[in-house]
Design a protein around this ligand. Structure first.
Ligand code: MOS
Length: 744
């Protein structure tokens, strides 16, 4: 039987999604449903002096108006709210409706509950709020002088300052030095599905249907906020309509839905509006990065300095870790990195696809392109002279690498060889044509808690595999069906994966591209344990043809347990179970990664190539084609993996050319708050995108050697485009996104 892993199997959730039978969290029908509408603060800083709710309360169908004056206090006090790693999660250290202070525009200040969605929305507009406004700080220009270097960033996972070697020495050794500063607009998550929660109480038991990257995160956070034992909170999230990091942290609405449902004694549905998504689920922060590259005449980097400046909220020290991959991908001996941040009147920024890696590698890889030009060297050749088989920060070897092969295969497929390096050297009519490339890297994140799954075989020979994880569009349910089928020696048609429910074995929130690796480890472990239990029963059964055989000599072939050396001798699972009167048999699997990775550094590598056409008169940029080559370890399903990588690359295009938000300094509000103002790449923007999968074996990361594909597609994609824009036009635009105005 051909292994199912590695086959481009169609998505198991394709049919329910296309036919509409898939139920998302805002589509759960419950008797007596009430609807909640959120009201956001109109000011960015200050106090609420009064809220007059009389008109709203008198409106037709209104069941409750919750404000800081009547909302019961939350039980868990920040920063005690658990998260991904058991410590306070960024964005979860603040909870609204607890006092009259306004920290940012859009902060939830009231929840209006009514018997229909429309009535709740209407009543929300009838609230009369008075404020005492104070000056706000929201932009880089306002906060620059307030910035300082924090102890740690990114929820405490990364230090505020990093170094290796002796920067001064490295600068002195250099023949060439380059100082460049890049600026980045803020980005907002815009998955198709707005975040939504449906909450229902029965006695003291709470059930939430929540759109999330991790049902267990919602469960733990809401239980802590409301002071409930975790066992009294069940969270279901079968389908989540895209997330990209925006539904990784547990924002305020799931607990508010639970509080509202308790207040009105009815189930409550709470969905964010598109506009509220810009102020209620984090964002990628506006930032500025300065890079100094120092190199010897042969291109070898001697020193790298990388600084980042960004705003954080008043309650969390968040900066996306933009220095990470950029500090590790090349073997430069002398390094210094520093985050500077200042407190601003925004909500806490958060994970957004390739959080930090995409922005940091944009600066790094554009700077490398400038350095190549300065040295008169091919950009790809410059990278080849600097790559490293060991992590220069720790000295540990990569558990698997493949970067050179990514360059080679990507360059071949793209047709990089023979490129004329001179800017403006290619023209087609009024279009200037340019090509560019960049390296890509994304860390392999490992969970800190055990990942669990259960496999249950029924007497009809079908298997059910269960794990709590939602599938937020990644294809995890499909890939896990394949993993289970292989471990049990069954065809995929006889395997079913059930997921998205805290009643099932626990899986951490799938963040940092870790889902495929950690969930496949749990599923594989459970299914292999079940297979072993079945074989043990067969060899112990006097009536089995396998009776007395060494379990190690038994293998699975076409759904039968057979002797390896005598495949004619054996039986099916179903035959044995029937004889033993077993209705089913199940096994649990639990997997925890080796925290030291057996002395290895973990990273996924890739290479990006892009060709653009720039209208010489109008400055319009059209990306004509992109090629990405990636080495993500074992690919569970090449169809869903390719989709992930293509999606990442197209997001890189959006980041390079389209996606932007900025704060209005005067009001402290976002300039864009709809898909009309905030531009996301659509099909018409997407060029011909090719994905090349480079095989590397990884025996360290997890049982199947899966490094993940969720985010690396985006890393370097923007830099390849920016470098191509320079090649086409001769203009260095050191900002994201590059707009028409920059090229006029
Ligand atoms: Mo991903 S942006 O780490 O959820």
């Amino acid at each position: 039987m051909t292994p199912a892993v590695g086959q481009p199997m169609d998505r198991v959730d394709g049919r329910p999604k296309v036919t509409g039978s898939a139920r998302f969290s805002a589509e759960i029908p419950l008797p007596g449903m009430a609807y909640a509408a959120l009201v956001g603060a109109h000011i960015a800083s200050g106090r609420i002096t009064s809220i007059d709710a009389r008109e709203a309360e008198a409106a037709e169908g209104v069941l409750a108006v919750l404000t800081h004056e009547n909302t019961p206090p939350i039980v868990a006090q920040p920063p005690l709210i658990p998260s991904l790693a058991g410590t306070a999660a960024p964005g979860q250290t603040f909870f609204p409706l607890q006092d009259d202070v306004v920290h940012y525009a859009g902060q939830h200040i009231a929840v209006v509950v009514a018997d229909t969605h429309e009535r709740a929305q209407h009543a929300a507009s009838l609230l009369h709020v008075r404020y005492a406004e104070e000056p706000s700080v929201t932009t880089l220009d306002q906060g620059r002088d307030l910035a300082r270097v924090p102890e740690a960033i990114f929820g405490g996972f990364m230090p505020g300052r990093m170094s290796r070697g002796d920067l001064r020495k490295g600068m002195d050794e250099a023949d060439v030095r380059l100082d460049v500063t890049f600026t980045y607009a803020a980005n907002n998550h815009n998955p198709i599905e707005p975040p939504a929660t449906t909450a229902s109480w029965e006695g003291g038991e709470l059930t939430l249907w929540d759109a999330t990257q991790g049902v267990t995160s919602t469960q733990q956070t809401v239980a802590a906020l409301l002071g409930l034992p975790v066992s009294r909170v069940r969270v279901v999230g079968h389908y989540t309509g895209g997330s990209f990091g925006g539904k990784a942290m547990i924002w305020h609405h799931p607990a508010l839905a639970a509080i509202a449902a308790r207040a009105v004694g009815r189930p409550v549905k709470l969905a964010l509006t598109r506009e509220q998504m810009f102020t209620s689920m984090g964002h990628r922060e506006e930032q500025e990065q300065t890079i100094t590259l120092a190199a010897a005449g042969d291109g070898r980097l001697t020193a790298l300095r990388h600084h980042k400046l960004s705003p954080t909220s008043h309650f969390d020290e968040w900066a996306e870790p933009s220095l990470g991959v950029a500090s590790q991908i090349y073997g430069c001996p002398h390094y210094e990195g520093e985050y500077r941040m200042f407190r601003a009147n925004t909500m806490t920024p958060t994970f957004m696809r390739a959080p930090g890696e995409a922005s940091g590698m944009f600066a790094m890889e554009c700077a490398m392109d400038e350095l190549a030009e300065r040295l008169g060297m091919d950009p790809l050749e410059l990278r080849l002279r600097n790559i490293t088989a060991i992590d220069p920060m720790t000295g540990d070897p990569w558990s698997s690498w493949g970067l050179e092969e990514c360059y080679r295969r990507g360059a071949e497929r793209f047709g990089w060889a023979g490129r004329d390096p001179r800017p403006r050297s290619r023209r087609e009519g009024h279009w200037l044509i340019g090509t560019g490339m960049a390296s890509a890297g994304y860390p392999v994140a490992q969970p800190v808690t055990p990942q669990r799954a259960r496999a249950r075989l029924y007497a009809d020979g079908t298997v059910l595999v269960q794990a709590a994880t939602p599938d937020f569009g990644t294809g995890v349910a499909t890939a896990m069906t394949q993993v289970a089928a292989d471990a049990l020696g069954l065809p995929v048609e006889r395997c079913r994966f059930e997921n998205g429910d805290t009643a099932l074995p626990q899986i951490a929130a799938a963040v940092g591209s870790a889902g495929a690796g950690m969930i496949s480890a749990a599923v594989h472990t459970a299914a292999a344990a079940l297979r072993d239990a079945l074989v043990a029963r067969a060899v112990a059964d006097a009536e089995s043809p396998l009776h007395g055989a060494d379990p190690k000599s038994v293998e699975l072939r076409d759904g039968r347990m057979v002797l390896r050396d005598d495949p004619g001798t054996g039986e099916t699972y179903a035959e044995m179970m029937h004889r033993q009167f077993l209705p089913d048999l199940e096994a649990l699997g639990s997997w925890t990664p080796d925290p030291g990775a057996n002395g290895h550094a973990l990273m996924t590598f890739g290479a990006q190539f892009a060709e653009v056409a720039v209208d010489a008169d109008l400055g319009l940029v059209r990306v004509r084609r992109m090629v990405g080559a990636f080495a993500p370890g074992r690919v569970l399903n090449p169809k869903t993996a390719r989709s992930q990588l293509m999606g990442g690359m197209i997001w890189g295009l959006g980041q390079a050319l389209l996606e932007a938000n900025r704060m209005e300094a005067r009001t402290g509000r976002w300039a864009a708050s709809s898909l009309g103002d905030y531009l996301v790449a659509v099909n018409a923007d997407a060029p011909d995108v090719e994905v090349e999968l480079v095989e590397v074996e990884d025996t360290v990361v997890n049982p199947l050697g899966v490094k993940g594909v969720g985010e690396i597609g985006q890393v370097g994609a923007g830099a390849a485009i920016a470098n191509a824009v320079h090649h086409a036009t001769g203009r260095r635009v050191r900002k994201m996104p590059i707009t028409v105005e920059d090229l006029l």
